[in-house]
Write a protein that binds this ligand. Sequence first.
Ligand code: VGL
Ligand code: ZN
Length: 202
Amino acid sequence: MKRALIIIDIQNDFCPGGPMAVHEGDKTVEVANRYAREFHQNGECVLALQDWHPADHGSFASVSGEPVYTLGELNGLAQIWWPDHGIQGSKGADFHPGLDTSLFDARFHKGQDQDVDSYSAFFDNGHRRKTELDSWLRERGITHLVMLGLATDYCVKYSVLDALELGYQVDVVKEGCRGVNLNPDDSEIAFSQMAAQGAVLI
Ligand code: VGL
Ligand code: ZN
């Protein structure tokens, strides 16, 4: 059983001080580094995702003209209007400076399509387009994923659910995740949904 560590969206914009700061988002950094060192020492792969939007991404409240964190519709899909974040090549889209990126074997981007959001590391929210992550993992015979990062109730949740649907065994490192929590229970609900679909919470 070959494993990989998947580090999701530990980027400046989602950490304290950023436009879309997740409470204690930076607390995930030390956990990610600890797991990354262990995987690296074992010869197992360490992969990192980056939310990577064009500056006029359709999910941005600044583009839709609606208030931030309210609900609307983008191309037929339910859409929360987010503050501008994860803009390609910006400082805010960089990994948190504390993250040991020297341990990364590969990096993947998501959210490049202007007209659809992409929470999952595998598919856009409409399941229309796939990232390269699944084929990268399959080519290497990796069947077991250990996942952590930001945010529990969006990108972590949808990445984990898609990974399970694609047939991976998935462990989620709870202490390495933090959530947006537009509703206070969202992260706990997300963990329950992941567990109900077969993820092991560690
Ligand atoms: C995320 C909402 C929008 C995340 C990214 O990383 O969880 N959430 N873009
Ligand atoms: Zn985003």
